[in-house]
Write a protein that binds this ligand. Sequence first.
Ligand SMILES: NC(=O)c1ccc[n+]([C@@H]2O[C@H](COP(=O)([O-])OP(=O)(O)OC[C@H]3O[C@@H](n4cnc5c(N)ncnc54)[C@H](O)[C@@H]3O)[C@@H](O)[C@H]2O)c1
Length: 420
Amino acid sequence: MDSKNYKIAVVGLGYVGLPLAVALAKKYSVVGYDLSKARVKELQEGHDRTHEIDADTLKKSSLKVYDDANAMCGSDVFIVTVPTPVDDNNQPDLGPLESASTVLGGIIKKGNTVVFESTVYPGVTEDFCGPILEKVSGLKAGEDFFLGYSPERINPGDKVHTVEKITKVVAGQTTVIADKLAEIYGSMNGGNIFVAKSIKAAEAAKVIENTQRDINIAFINEISLIFAKMNLSIHDVLDAAATKWNFLKFQPGLVGGHCIGVDPYYLATASKALGHNPQMILAGRTTNESMANELADLITQRVGRPMSLLVLGLTFKENVPDLRNTKVVDLIEALKKRGHHVDVHDACADPIEAKKYFNYDLVPSLQGDYEGIIGAVPHDEYCTFSNADFSKFLKPEGWIFDLKAIWREQPLEGFNYWSL
Ligand SMILES: NC(=O)c1ccc[n+]([C@@H]2O[C@H](COP(=O)([O-])OP(=O)(O)OC[C@H]3O[C@@H](n4cnc5c(N)ncnc54)[C@H](O)[C@@H]3O)[C@@H](O)[C@H]2O)c1
């Protein structure tokens, strides 16, 4: 088949699926399917609430989006980008993959390719999704239809490392399929493709990228806490240590979101199922999960009494509206437990979502007479704050708890300043 004639369907139009579908639609005929009617409606109206694709790009794109899976019938290549969360016990929740595979099983035909992009542990594509597709379709994977895996590496809010600019790892059940995926994805990013040896190797590569990051941050978090007890700034230490050529300058912080703080649990579960206790992976998780309480203690110890506090930033990272699995909520709740009154402002989050997910009423504007502010998320809007800005909502001699060292280099007079 002439590559230009590939018909592609993308299943799940979130942070990963939408930018991918829009990029592929520049070269191919692409339909997007999402089971959320609300998501599809807003995209059809030209609005992407994740802020990954602007309205103009969305309007001009040839991508067609639907909440009816039948719209994908007749496609040759199906790319699955549905969520892979964990449950309340930090166990992988493969429900979205199961339901997407079940739906696709009713649609795929001989010769089709089904590619998974969701982050998983090695084996999920071939040993979990493949059998569902086979059972529902009555077709045989590797003979009648073919599996592939291509991990997604995009970083929400990052306008530099976009889907069209980063190396894409691809893997297929056969070399022919791997080559086909290299051709499809390569046409979108200038041929910047790495063909992994196997689907399992590609799955494993993705999950260790994020697990390694989690462990590196955990180490920095741990030494931040040690140095805090020594009244030593981790940032002063990191500035000095980073002058060594092979030192890795990770930053301390709350590890939230649905990737770094979740993916290690996928690997840990697979490891335990094989009888190996993944001590380091889980120690990293435990350390990072403890940070909200540790920070609440450090803040409380600094002043020694409950305060009226304004938290700046609720999202899981800077300059994105994404509130999923944000650990700032853990910090807020830990502060409340210690008797503080806590208000929250966020320059990027949707107030309706903050209310829906956490029952928080975001303060609409930055004003007031708080005894302390907590810089929790370095949204651009906060990074430029000076004395004059702080005095609009912070009492004279009030506390600036700068968890992300946003204002570390600012001359902040008339306020008390603390960072790790
Ligand atoms: N967001 C990131 O930065 C990022 C980066 C790399 C990898 N990933 C991985 O990519 C995958 C998707 O993440 P995301 O952030 O795009 O998630 P998301 O929640 O933003 O989007 C997922 C979309 O899939 C839809 N969906 C859920 N189940 C479905 C189903 N059965 N059929 C059709 N649509 C369905 C949801 O309605 C949602 O719109 C996850 O495995 C994640 O770990 C995410």
